[in-house]
Ligand binder design. Structure first.
Ligand code: MN
Length: 483
């Protein structure tokens, strides 16, 4: 405790006293939980107010302490954050069905949006809270474990992704998936381990030859290997007919270099050593992913016939990919968005402009102005929806997707042979927009073929791409139809 500021020490004392006598399901004193949340926020380099709010986040809800007490002792900002986290907790179960919380039916969501819109730190504290609850999930009864794990996978993992907190997203996904489908989790873990062992020597050889070349060219770099997470492997295998040989990025070698120019230079050097695979070079530096992720990926075949994915990025890109928005709070005592608005930080990553928009909309809401809440929902949950296969697998799709997008996502053959779709037990037409939580079943027929009319019935880039290449192979030229 000696390194902590006076205010944080005081918060710890207040929270310890307030939670006195309360126990967690694990049997430990309750204070263990807020202290763990505090530690996570410290690891994320959050500012002092957030850390204090993390210590106090359950006091107003679960103890005698009032918001007023918090404000008197720790100031307006901390009280604001604690209040936001409390409100978010209450609205949480409704986040899957935000429509239920439209203004005419209740104002929880309004408060939530106003809270989060004005200060994104509320969401980050909530993520830390959820992360610790997930880490200690084993103490809860199985029914609760399932509920929390599913909710984490559906709401909190996408939220972490939206905030670009890659490392947190992966931890949430891995832990949740382990509870949702333990058998599959272990199976895939074993499979990954076997593959790693098989490829180990060849990978090292490839790594060494790249390193030798970079040294010769005098390029400054760090290199590490990254193994695909179990949950993303699970998702990818569903796309690839469970064929692990088609998953080329199970293991990737990551080179972190000083600047963007060097990224492209390294790409060239790698291609001078190994044969790149056709269509497997992805320039997310020039064209960042939707969540702002930047890197160059290329898959090559080494002389030993080993398929390896290389990822090349700058240090800054790497920090954002791993720590995301929290990285922005580094040494920053101020609210991110206001710091940006007032010009104290030079750049808000372009993909995070939604935060600014959300903030503006929330300000309008707060002052009683009418706004389109549907738009807010988009801002908060990106443009993703989560739908289920009849077996209960979760598939995420861009908002606006239709049954064919879902079908192509499962497999391109399921897409091309699709004759109809059943959504929540009812036959629907192929231009039906899918909604969050829909259960989608695709009907196929062996002799069905894709036709150009389907171009109006796909929304996602992925499905569009697959469909066009199928159309080109059966009716040359027909896939060129413009949108
Ligand atoms: Mn909590």
């Amino acid at each position: 405790m000696q390194n902590k500021s006076k205010r944080i020490q005081q918060a710890i004392e207040v929270a310890t006293k307030a939670h006195e006598g309360q126990l967690r399901k694990t049997g430990e004193p309750y204070i263990i939980h807020p202290l763990a949340v505090m530690k996570i926020l410290e690891e994320w380099n959050m500012d002092e107010d957030s850390i204090i709010a993390g210590v106090l986040h359950d006091t107003v809800e679960d103890t005698e302490l009032t918001l007023k007490n918090v404000e008197e002792q720790f100031g307006k900002d901390v009280a604001f954050l604690v209040n936001g986290v409390t409100k978010l907790g209450k609205a949480r179960s409704g986040m899957k069905n935000l429509d239920e919380y439209l203004p005419e039916t209740g104002d929880n969501l309004l408060k939530l949006l106003i809270a989060t819109g004005q200060d994104i730190r509320v969401l980050i504290i909530k993520l830390a809270d959820r992360l610790h609850n997930l880490r200690t999930l084993s103490a809860l009864p199985p029914v609760k474990q399932q509920k929390i794990a599913r909710e984490s996978l559906e709401v909190f993992a996408p939220l972490a992704d939206r905030l670009q907190m890659g490392r947190v997203r992966v931890e949430i996904e891995e832990t949740s998936f382990r509870y949702i489908d333990p058998k599959r989790y272990e199976e895939l873990k074993k499979l990954t381990k076997e593959r790693l062992k098989m490829a180990d020597k060849k990978l090292n050889k490839a790594k060494h030859s790249v390193e030798a070349l970079l040294k010769k060219e005098g390029i400054n770099y760090t290199c590490d290997g990254r193994v695909k997470s179990i949950y993303s492997l699970h998702k990818k295998l569903a796309k690839y007919d469970q064929n692990i040989d088609r998953v080329y990025d199970l293991i990737a070698l990551r080179f972190i270099v000083d600047d963007v120019t060097t990224c492209y230079l390294v790409l060239g050097l790698i291609h001078s050593l190994f044969m790149p695979m056709d269509g497997r070079i992805k320039d997310y530096i020039a064209m960042p992913k939707q969540n702002g992720y930047q890197s160059i990926h290329t898959t090559v075949i080494t002389k030993d016939k080993q398929v390896v994915e290389f990822q090349i990025r700058t240090r800054e890109m790497h920090d954002y990919a791993e720590r995301g928005l929290a990285a922005t709070f580094f040494y920053n005592e101020q609210k991110l968005t206001s710091a940006y608005t007032e010009g104290r930080i030079s750049r808000l990553p372009s993909n995070l402009l939604w935060i600014k928009e959300l903030q503006e909309t929330a300000t309008k809401l707060a002052s009683g102005e009418k706004v389109d809440t549907k738009k807010l929902r988009l801002a908060l949950f990106a443009d993703k929806i989560f739908v289920y296969t009849p077996k209960g697998d979760i598939i995420d799709l861009p908002q606006g997707s239709m049954p064919l997008d879902f079908a192509y996502r499962l497999h391109s053959e399921i897409g091309s042979r699709c004759t109809g779709a059943i959504v929540n037990g009812k036959m629907v037409s192929l231009n039906t927009k899918l909604k969050q939580g829909d259960i989608v079943e695709i009907i196929t027929a062996k002799n069905q073929k894709p036709n150009p009319g389907w171009l109006d019935k796909v929304f996602s880039k992925h499905a569009r791409h697959k469909l066009i290449s199928q159309l080109n192979s059966i009716l040359p030229g027909s896939g060129k139809k413009k949108k």
